[in-house]
Write a protein that binds this ligand. Structure first.
Ligand code: G6P
Length: 591
């Protein structure tokens, strides 16, 4: 994972690099570092921990001509200052930041050791710096050394590279990990995504796989293989990459409370009041395909599970796979299948790997993503945006609801079921009602803040929602939480119920309400502590929280919002870093 930034030219580089890193912390935040050239001297600073700690040790009055910086999610070696980027080559002539994983770094390190190199860190990145140096000492050309290093590397990388003797040049190379170039007045910028650059420019180049080159304050040179490529800047609407906390204490609660607006915007984008406005060719492709296969990770996977359930009445085979599993067992690639790749970020490495497999075999894919210009969005046959706005908190909230509502709308378009739009309108009202009653959920969470384990239990749609509820609780509150279908409890998990074990029960579907209520009684009989979230039509008087009714197939969207608040308030009561939970990152850009 990790986020990288770099810049060269006339700008306040300290501000750009440090504020840029903060905006990239969603990609990892266990250590950070910066390297810059000032008056011909290369200066390197690194810390364990957050960018805020790095900021404290970088002098205020510096005026670098070129600089690079990094926020890390450790893949190789502990999250300490030594392993933090930037890394330098043995003779300190190259300084680099890297996002990705070098798969063959052990054999390369072995070769370098045989040539007298030793290493200061446990990372795979240091090997890249030393390879550059080794090839440079042979060829005397930085560009040639980058080309040769790329030929030797296996794995993924987006790198920004400084060369000691060129204080006005910033080199880069890219394969599989994302990298963008931005152009501003008298300066060129680099970053893992547009967010650090939006206050400086709206003109970007998406660096392609295999590209490498360099930036000067006014010029971009790009090569691929040994061929020079014409740089093409494109304008992007950068407003969608901005997000301020406003009066909110955390992005997570802000983003939960944006959900009604997100759903309304989604409807506006895909329904004109009379007709659905999806791409016609995509709809026809879906109508004629025999199979629909969803691929996703994390929250997007749970949203896909819900979407798949909506699609089953189409009479097609509908499958859902975790991207990281399917990528290593890519069955079902025939002309009869449309793959639907669901991803908030559009940059999740496992899903990108799936997409490559699909594209290599001329398969058809639909990207459902929140991020315009992301890899998944650009590489799919068809792409559909969620219009949820920038999601900053690591735990995904508004994107889940947007994904599920999107899939309901897509199903409705396939079946010409305009009534679905009205059903989703009621979801908006019901979620607004939950937002107005969040204090009730805060009180429940306060009571549960000491728990170490929790079971989330539901049936049918409610089971699918309980999976997402359990994921939210473990992500932000560090409570061990597992979801089970009510009927499965007796096949093992009930052995873990002790007096006081927290069971969060979900019930909204009338078809299964009596059977799930029986399951709740079985848990109560073993002295489990039940906190039940229900909807009005199936509520009992002892339920902890009762949401307004919506159609059962959409009720999980409402109950999930209550679960999101529950996880948020448990984490708040425990004093945890809600927006950036330990060990996690928002965009998982390594497999
Ligand atoms: C990470 C994030 C999750 C997200 C998952 C999939 O694990 O922390 O919030 O659900 O990645 O990300 P995607 O961007 O592909 O939806």
């Amino acid at each position: 994972m990790c986020g990288i930034v770099g810049g060269v030219g006339k700008l306040d580089l300290r501000t750009y690099l440090l504020s840029g890193l903060k905006k990239l912390e969603y990609r990892g935040y266990d250590s950070a570092g910066i390297c810059y050239t000032e008056s011909g001297k290369t200066i390197l600073s690194k810390v364990a921990g957050r960018v805020a700690s790095l900021e404290e040790i970088v002098p205020e009055n510096i005026h670098p001509t070129v600089g690079i910086a990094h926020t890390r999610w450790a893949t190789h070696g502990q999250p300490n200052a030594q392993n933090a980027h930037p890394h330098q080559s043995q003779r300190k002539i190259f300084s680099i930041v890297h996002n990705g994983v070098i798969e063959n770094f052990r054999p390369l390190a072995h070769q370098l050791k045989a040539r007298g190199y030793s290493f200061n860190s446990e990372t795979d990145t240091e090997v890249i710096a030393d390879m550059l140096e080794r090839f440079y000492l042979r060829s005397g050309s930085v560009i040639e050394s980058i080309a040769q290093t790329m030929e030797a590397l296996e794995g993924s990388y987006a790198c920004a590279i400084m060369f000691k003797d060129e204080p006005e040049r910033l080199y880069f190379m890219k394969k599989a990990s994302p990298l963008l170039i931005g152009m501003s007045d008298g300066c060129m910028l680099l970053a893992s995504d547009p967010v650090p650059m939006v206050d400086y420019t709206d003109r970007f180049i998406d660096v392609d796989d295999g590209d490498y080159g360099y930036l000067t304050p006014t010029q971009v040179k790009i090569f691929n293989g040994r061929v020079e490529i014409e740089p093409r800047f494109v304008h992007r609407n950068v407003d969608s990459f901005r997000s301020d906390l406003g009066d909110y204490p955390h992005y997570m609660i802000k983003e939960i409370e944006e959900i009604p607006g997100v759903v309304v915007r989604l409807i506006d984008n895909y329904f004109d009041g009379e007709h659905f406005t999806f791409n016609e060719s995509m709809i026809e492709t879906l109508r004629h395909t025999k199979k629909i296969h969803f691929l996703a990770c994390g929250t997007s996977y749970y949203a896909s599970k819900m979407g798949a359930k909506y699609f089953r009445p189409l009479g097609k085979e509908v499958l859902v796979s975790i991207a990281s599993e399917w990528a290593y067992d890519p069955y079902d690639i025939t002309g009869d299948t449309v793959f639907v790749l669901v991803s908030q970020s559009g940059e999740t490495a496992d899903l990108i790997r799936c997409q490559k497999i699909i594209n290599d075999r001329d398969g058809i894919s639909i990207a459902v993503t929140n991020t315009k210009g992301s890899t998944i969005e650009r590489k799919a046959t068809y792409s559909c945006l969620l219009y949820a706005g920038l999601e900053v908190a690591v735990a995904s909230t508004k994107s889940y609801v947007a994904q599920v509502c999107f899939l309901a709308l897509l199903f409705a378009a396939l079946e010409n079921e305009i009534g679905v739009v009205l059903d989703i309108d009621r979801v908006v009202d019901s979620i607004r009602n939950i937002i107005s009653r969040k204090g009730e959920i805060e009180a429940l969470a306060e009571d549960c803040k000491e728990v170490r384990d929790a079971f989330f239990v539901g049936r049918g749609y409610d089971y699918l929602a309980s999976m997402e509820g359990a994921l939210k609780l473990k992500e932000v509150s560090y409570v061990h939480a597992e979801a089970y279908p009510g009927g499965e409890l007796k096949h093992g998990p009930i052995a873990l119920i002790e007096p006081g074990t927290l069971v969060v029960g979900l019930v909204s579907d009338p078809e299964v309400s009596s059977s799930i209520r029986n399951n709740f009684e079985e848990l109560r009989a073993r002295k489990g502590r039940l906190v039940i979230f229900s909807t009005a039509a199936v509520a009992n008087e002892n339920d902890a929280f009762v949401a307004n009714d919506v159609k059962p197939y959409l009720a999980p969207n409402v109950l999930v919002v209550a679960m999101q608040y529950f996880a948020y308030y448990v984490a708040l009561a425990k004093g945890l870093p809600i927006d950036k939970p330990r060990n996690l990152a928002k965009s998982v850009t390594v497999e």
